[in-house]
Ligand binder design. Structure first.
Ligand SMILES: O=P(O)(O)OC[C@H]1O[C@H](O)[C@H](O)[C@@H](O)[C@@H]1O
Length: 567
């Protein structure tokens, strides 16, 4: 069907409600808008399905949620006989229509005879991952668009192991979704009837309690927290999202009583009115926290994104607050956890850390020292979650820690996705531990770099929207593939990895990576969550300044080449 035909179908079919039709009529004279809304459908990307809320097949709305859930239900029912009783857990964040879409998903599952567990109100995404395993459910759904702007929403799917679905399963579900061209075949059961039949259950504090109990078991140094307790000050911002449900509670219960939440950002608000982008990767989201900090002088400022799977932070150095990158937070946490295990003589001989191919190699240098293997996956925390499952199935390795440069971290195995509630508590513990030794986190980072090398990493992205943007992204990658760089910044390229050819055990991916003779690295890939091409840089030097100079030179050389390609 052409986009025009689809538009007409939505206008004329009785299945679609009046509000939907009114919205469609209002764009009747805007051909480009009609095309954009109907020329394609939404697909599973790096982090599930994401789109702008609105009417159309290329938008997020209740019909697309129903269609996706019917596809998921079909797939689930083919996979397992027990699926109906096991059920599916549903969570959502603070976005526009999140609760409505969560209820729509439940109604479709119930219509298919599948039990739905729905959280009583918004919850962090990692708690959903935990709940799927805790309730022995067959799958999970989170209605969220993570850190995207307010006009977005989305649909993340989890499988029974608690991990986000990987491409192979996403393909199976997509095939089912694509077969639903007639929306009236979608099963649907009203909530009241579903409740009577025991198919719909609200869950909440009992899952929170169990999650918090597990979280506490990860704390290695409760006595240090007790000692630092009232001296160690934290300001936290949930950025109007779901983090506030668990982060303050978790921090308080492990002993950080001197905690304040930024009042203007404490309540859920789908507009995210105090920030441009609710993404803790952006230092600007901490402006209000910094205003509070002038008076309060906290040791740490912590921030989580709307679905509380990403954590960003600022730390106090004298009267300044500085940020750390996702890579830096990740290596600090990894080193802390490994060193504590080593000290307690609890480091397993088969321990493994899992990171992605665009995450800092400093992790490998450190983990080597502990005799811990570092395994690389493609970008996306779902691949890190998948490794945990593999380790357990094969019984050959023990998962110790996983992280990505994009501010995602995970310890333990009771959650199978990045967890900012967990990261907030572990970072606070780690910072209190080093404070007790007279160090701040930046000094500890320098200690690590002194020992293992000054690895500085950076990321640059170019926003290239729409079909034309997509073509430019392909052109950049094609040119870099064809011209195969031999030398960058005066250093010889020792290896070019084209992940399209399948590198090691990794599935094929549109990623190009150049390793240089001085251990510097460049990686280029299209984002799977935004219309962007991403360039990742690593420079390694004898000291900070040397590494920084190299990093700047690498960036200048590659980015000017890229500009030439797209001009
Ligand atoms: O680089 P992208 O494909 O846009 O992905 C960036 C990040 O997006 C989401 O947050 C995913 O959960 C992460 O696993 C991923 O690293």
């Amino acid at each position: 069907m052409s986009y025009r035909e689809k538009y007409q179908e939505w206008l004329n079919n009785d299945y679609f409600d009046q509000e939907t039709k009114e919205e469609l009529k209002s764009i009747a004279d805007d051909e480009a808008e009609i095309e954009d809304r109907f020329y394609t459908g939404l697909e599973f990307g790096t982090g599930g399905i994401r789109g702008v809320i609105g009417t159309g097949t290329n938008r997020i709305n209740k019909y697309i949620i129903r269609q996706a859930t019917q596809g998921l239900a079909n797939n689930i029912l083919q996979q397992s006989k027990l699926a109906k009783e096991q059920g599916v857990v549903i969570a959502h964040d603070s976005r526009f229509k999140s609760r409505e879409f969560a209820l729509e998903a439940a109604a479709v599952l119930n219509g298919n005879g599948i039990k739905a567990y729905l959280f009583d109100e918004l919850r962090p995404t990692p708690e959903l991952s935990f709940a799927v395993r805790e309730l022995d459910a067959v799958a999970g759904i989170v209605i969220t668009a993570s850190h995207n702007p307010p006009e977005y929403n989305g649909y993340k799917v989890y499988w029974s192991d608690g991990g986000q679905i990987v491409p192979k399963r996403a393909e199976g579900i997509t095939a089912e979704i694509d077969q639903i061209t007639d929306y009236s075949v979608i099963e649907y059961l009203e909530r009241e009837v579903a409740e009577e039949r025991g198919l719909f259950e609200i869950i909440g504090s009992e899952i929170d309690d169990k999650y918090i109990t597990e979280l506490k078991s990860l704390i290695s140094n409760p006595e240090v927290i007790d000692k630092e307790e009232s001296d160690f000050k934290i300001i936290y911002t949930p950025l109007h999202g779901s983090g506030n449900k668990l982060v303050p509670r978790a921090l308080k219960e492990i002993g950080f009583s001197n905690l304040q939440v930024v009042p203007q950002q404490e309540e859920p608000d789908p507009e995210f009115p105090t920030v441009d982008y609710p993404n803790p990767e952006e230092e600007s989201v901490f402006e209000l926290a910094l205003e509070m900090a002038e008076e309060e002088e906290p040791d740490l400022i912590l921030g989580t994104d709307p679905d509380a799977d990403r954590l960003g932070l600022l730390l106090r150095r004298g009267d300044q607050y500085i940020s750390l990158t996702g890579n830096q937070i990740g290596v600090l946490l990894m080193d802390y956890l490994l060193s504590q295990k080593a000290e307690a003589d609890e480091l397993p001989a088969n321990g493994a850390v899992v990171k992605t191919i665009v995450t800092t190699e400093l992790a490998r240098a450190i983990a080597d020292e502990y005799g811990v293997e570092v395994i690389d996956t493609l970008t996306g925390f779902k691949f890190i979650g998948e490794k945990i499952k593999e380790f357990q199935q094969q019984g050959d390795q023990e998962f110790l820690f996983g992280f990505e440069e994009s501010y995602g971290y995970l310890a333990g195995t009771f959650v199978r996705d990045k967890d900012a509630v967990m990261a907030a508590t572990l970072v606070a513990e780690m910072a209190a531990y080093y404070k007790n030794k007279g160090l701040d986190l930046f000094q500890q980072l320098e200690n690590l770099m002194d020992k293992y090398g000054y690895y500085l990493d950076d990321l640059e992205s170019i926003l290239l929207k729409g079909k034309e943007g997509q073509e430019k992204i392909e052109k950049i990658l094609d040119t870099l593939r064809r011209e195969s760089l031999n030398q960058i910044n005066g250093k010889r390229v020792t290896e070019v990895k084209d992940y399209l050819t399948g590198i090691g055990d990794l599935p094929e991916a549109n990623v190009l990576q150049f390793d240089l003779e001085d251990n510097s690295r460049l990686t280029v890939r299209p984002s799977g969550t935004e219309p962007k091409i991403k360039f990742y840089f690593t420079a390694v030097g004898e000291n900070w300044n040397e590494a920084e100079d190299k990093l700047e030179a690498l960036k200048d050389e590659l980015l000017s080449k890229v500009q030439q390609i797209i001009e």
